[in-house]
Design a protein around this ligand. Sequence first.
Ligand code: AP5
Ligand code: MG
Length: 214
Amino acid sequence: MKIIMLGAPGAGKGTQAKKIAEKYKIPHISTGDIFRANIKGGTELGMKAKSYMDQGQLVPDDVTIGMLLDRISQDDCQNGYVLDGFPRTIPQAQSLTAALNERGEKMDYAVDVDVPDEAIVNRMGGRRACVKCGATYHVAFNPPKAEGICDACGDSLVLREDDKPETVQKRLTVYHDQTQPLIEYYSKEGILVTVDGTKGLNEVFEDIVAVLGA
Ligand code: AP5
Ligand code: MG
């Protein structure tokens, strides 16, 4: 099964993508996590991405598209994958569609996790992220078992650089300008599913499973 997660920054794409990946035994591919791992590792790709990310801007398509298409060509992607944070622009979506067409494949679902901007700003300050494995927590809504420590891998949790309130606003503006048009793109392809992302984490997941199948 091949799934795209759509939704604003902080809507819960990463949270739900991790649960989907576990349940359906497919890899969770987050372009944001790949960039953050590269920044942490001090790679050339990380250096290219950092300045854009810290300002809440998108990393240019010429960097992002090749990276993602390489990733989904790897062996672990043969039975599908869940894409989190890609595509984020119409050119990214067109490149993905074209690359899949060449292989006679197509995406199965684009799941839009719908949350209004006001709710997002409230969520972001409480988020804590693990840069090592990509797990995400919230100090109130989804706390780790031990404060500041990742349940999954034991690394320390951080407040992301781009979760400062002014940067969150910028990311929301970029989302509405560049990413929201993908909702129409995938609606036209006939694979769009919208879920109410303001519900609790588990309820949102149940709504997604109701569509994808148990
Ligand atoms: P990325 O890492 O993808 O960030 P984003 O899209 O801004 O999304 P977030 O990770 O902030 O939110 P999320 O929807 O995953 O929410 P989460 O599950 O954590 O990208 C970062 C940057 O990388 C971009 O700004 C860009 O610069 C660059 N980039 C990445 N991909 C790119 C691309 N394709 N092209 C160009 N540039 C790219 O949840 C948020 C919080 O809410 C958490 O604390 C969580 O615990 C909590 N929460 C989740 N669900 C619920 C719920 N139902 N109720 C209450 N709390 C909840
Ligand atoms: Mg995320």
